[in-house]
Design a protein around this ligand. Structure first.
Ligand code: ZN
Ligand code: ZN
Ligand code: FE
Length: 760
């Protein structure tokens, strides 16, 4: 006996990450399954669906809709509305209609297992095809020129699909239905090997063979990845790695290593189950992993430290190359220092020809540069050090609509920008340090691109308070050009706090520990060891590290021995210091110490600072671990390294004198100790103890940890476990960068809340 049901027709508007992720064929297949009539359409503001059927079938459809989403899709909201019946039969996928531009940009995705299997199948027409992809994998962000995400709006537009590809593209039941970068040997991009003069010397298979021979011979080459070029060499060849370092003028900063698959990687590095999942995820980030004893990687990959940044081949091209090579490769961004990654073979040849012997290029343009992402696990907490390929642009949905678009321009190091508009917050991938014209140009270009993507003109701009930051200067110039823009200057460490609050959507008072390098303070000194009581509108500086002088300003940031000496000047007389048998003091001769003391006393180019990052430098110097840095964060890594060799749970005495966290007894004890391993462990245990003691004074507020210092695995693991033991509620950034890469999001969050009255 059949029951009669009434038919209904619905209009659904779904927003989120629903384009370029196989969402329409997914809806089509569901519609087939439940025998629904209507259509699905992509639009600038998401996916629109009209469906008509009897109520029971519709209910089944609604039940299934969010349960079986394609792997890359994310639904932020579904607006459902009953509309008049139309009676039309069948279900169709209809073409995009251009309207607004507010659909989120999808990120680039690593080769999926279905495509990998086809690539390794000699019977398949894409056997060994270096650009194989489908709806579940392949480039996205890096090839998109404008939204909506359709092939003509990507850098795949010049490649006209062959009839076979077109058939796959048009078939809603095919895995490659509307996979925008779809191609094959017939119709897709081609691989080209270039010599240093830019001549094409080989193509296709032969190019891969020749490039891998160069790598085997110990040479460095440039290889085009998804979001930019890598400089690559044999990671097991010490001489090759050393040459690359020498040419790149990268003395000892660890280099990332690319492996063919997990089984190869596991022979070299220790991998937990969570780390395996992370390494093989569709984002394939670089993950910091501990070395194994039997490691065969060249020592100079990560000299002096027991960790290596490792990742797995994420494009078909990398897979094919590593298959041929049968060994891991160093894969470092093609740039000099921390400037933007290069995306064009001509640029690589013009700027980096001293680094490489040849270039492996292909003729699909990279529209947007995107570095590799970097992640780490500490006590099962996932930490982001660089948010880029696979994750970025990072988007968050807002509960309420923003009336005026807001732009936040971030900090100066590890810059990112962020935008709020409509019901979205978007953070750009890592742009890099804003040092030099090219980096600043890239920063400006990213702002222009994002305004175009989302078709917005921000009326509110938030920047860091630091007058020397390029991002600050840019924002200031724009707002003073009479462009009717409201400018908000936000304190750096408050922005760190807000960044974490934004990620967890917190709108309550928090106790934030901002342990950082340096950031411009409200009093004009350089902060970085701050305990803030903050909410989304305001903050109060509760405690801060005792101040000391950075003698020589910027120079002190590169020379821990200067910071150590300055800290000693705070506590001891120059005569006492002259008598000290300490590595920091011995790093200077008497005359130098006197000169430094004069600068200190006269306060010449010696700004005051309360930075914990600099305190790490001082401790590294006083314990004789490092006197001059060759890269940012080196002293932290070195102290971590030492502490791991001598696990010790004891800590130094410390005192809270009102607002001030005194380092007097800490330094006195360190001067008595000779073993750097013990100093390192006890120093970081002391910081842990200090966080807990302060947190216990304010039991009503949750703790926030933010700032670059917490990238220290030893410290972070200890702090997390102590917070757990003492049952203190806490939040640590995870998907957003804990370092200055997170500043833009914090700035944005502040403006969103400040604007509350106007926006509601
Ligand atoms: Zn695929
Ligand atoms: Zn084709
Ligand atoms: Fe910072």
């Amino acid at each position: 006996m059949s029951v009669e049901h009434t038919s209904k027709r619905y209009h659904l508007h779904i927003s989120g990450i629903v384009q370029g992720v196989g969402f329409r064929p997914y809806i089509y297949q569901l519609a087939q399954r439940y025998k629904l009539h209507g259509f699905v359409r992509n639009d600038g503001d998401g996916v629109h669906i009209e469906i008509e059927a009897d109520e029971v079938k519709l209910e089944d459809f609604f039940d299934a809709l969010e349960k079986e989403l394609p792997p890359l899709a994310r639904v932020d909201s579904i607006q459902k509305q009953v509309i008049p019946l139309s009676g039309s039969l069948g279900f169709r996928i209809v073409d995009s209609k251009n309207s607004s531009h507010t659909t989120m940009l999808p990120a680039d995705v690593a080769l999926c297992s279905a495509c990998e299997a086809e690539m390794n199948d000699p019977e398949n027409r894409r056997y060994k095809y270096p650009f194989i992809n489908c709806t579940d994998c392949g480039p996205r962000y890096s090839i998109i020129q404008t939204l909506p995400y359709d092939r003509p709006n990507t850098t795949m537009a010049p490649f006209v699909m062959c009839p076979t590809c077109q058939k796959e593209y048009d078939d809603p039941m095919n895995r490659r239905y509307h996979a925008q970068p779809i191609s094959c040997y017939e119709c897709g991009p081609s691989l080209l090997m270039l010599d240093l003069k830019g001549n094409h010397v080989a193509e296709g298979d032969e190019a891969i063979a020749k490039i891998s021979q160069l790598i085997k011979d110990g040479k460095s080459v440039a290889i085009k990845g998804v979001g930019g070029f890598h400089i690559v060499c044999d990671a097991t060849n010490e001489a090759a790695v050393n040459t690359l370092r020498l040419n790149k003028r990268r003395v000892s900063k660890p280099l990332a290593v690319l492996f063919k698959d997990l089984s190869v990687l596991k022979k070299e590095l220790l991998v937990s189950e969570v780390e395996s999942t992370l390494l093989t995820s569709i984002q394939r980030p670089i993950v910091l992993l501990k070395k194994t004893i039997q490691m065969t990687l060249a020592p100079s990959v990560a000299p002096g430290i027991d960790k290596v940044g490792a990742f797995l081949a994420y494009t078909p091209l990398h897979q094919l190359l590593l298959e041929k090579l049968q060994r891991p490769i160093v894969a470092t961004s093609a740039n000099m220092s921390d400037t933007p990654i290069l995306t064009d073979a001509k640029e690589v040849l013009a700027k980096l020809s001293h680094l490489v012997y040849a270039v492996l290029d292909y003729d699909r343009k990279i529209e947007h540069a995107c570095d590799d992402s970097v992640k780490m696990l500490a006590n099962n907490h996932l930490l982001s050090m660089r948010v880029a390929r696979g994750y970025a642009p990072l988007s968050f949905s807002l509960k309420k609509r923003v009336k005026q678009a807001i732009l936040a321009v971030g900090a100066n190091q590890k810059n990112t920008i962020a935008l709020a508009f409509d019901k979205h917050m978007v953070v750009s991938p890592h742009i890099g340090d804003l040092v030099g014209i090219e980096a600043v140009d890239n920063f400006k270009q990213t702002i222009a691109d994002y305004q175009q993507f989302y078709d917005i003109k921000p009326k509110v701009i938030v920047c860091d308070k630091h007058p020397g930051y390029e991002s600050h200067k840019w924002a200031k110039a724009l707002s003073s050009a009479g462009s009717n823009i409201e400018l908000i200057e936000l304190q750096h460490h408050y922005a760190h706090t807000l960044s974490c609050m934004a990620e967890y959507e917190l709108d309550e008072k928090v106790l934030a520990f901002c342990f950082d390098g340096t950031g411009y303070g409200d009093d004009g000194t350089l902060w970085g060891g701050e305990v803030l009581l903050a909410d989304s509108q305001n903050y109060q500086r509760l405690h801060h590290l005792q101040t000391f002088r950075l003698i020589g300003g910027e120079k002190a940031v590169k020379e821990p021995k200067r910071v150590a000496l300055a800290i000693l000047f705070e506590l001891y007389t120059i005569e006492e210091i002259m008598m000290m048998d300490n590595p920091a003091c011995l790093a200077f001769d008497e005359a130098q110490i006197r000169t430094m003391h004069k600068m200190y006393e006269r306060e010449i180019n010696a700004p005051l600072s309360s930075s914990i990052g600099r305190l790490f430098d001082a401790v590294a110097s006083l314990s004789g671990i490092v006197q001059t840095l060759s890269y940012e964060g080196e002293s932290g890594l070195m102290l971590e390294q030492q502490a791991n060799r001598h696990r010790d749970e004891s800590y130094y005495p410390f005192a809270l004198e009102g607002e001030v966290i005194s380092f007097k007894s800490l330094i006195a004890e360190i001067l008595q100790e000779k073993d750097p391993k013990l100093i390192a462990a006890r120093f970081m245990n002391t910081l842990t103890r200090m966080i807990i003691e302060i947190a216990q004074r304010y039991p009503e507020f949750p703790v926030i940890l933010s700032g670059g210092v917490f990238q220290n695995q030893y410290l972070l693991e200890r702090v997390i476990s102590a917070l757990n033991t003492h049952e203190i509620r806490y939040y640590i950034p995870s998907v957003t960068a804990i370092n200055d890469g997170g500043i833009a999001l914090g700035q944005l969050y502040y403006a969103l809340h400040k604007k509350k009255e106007k926006n509601e």
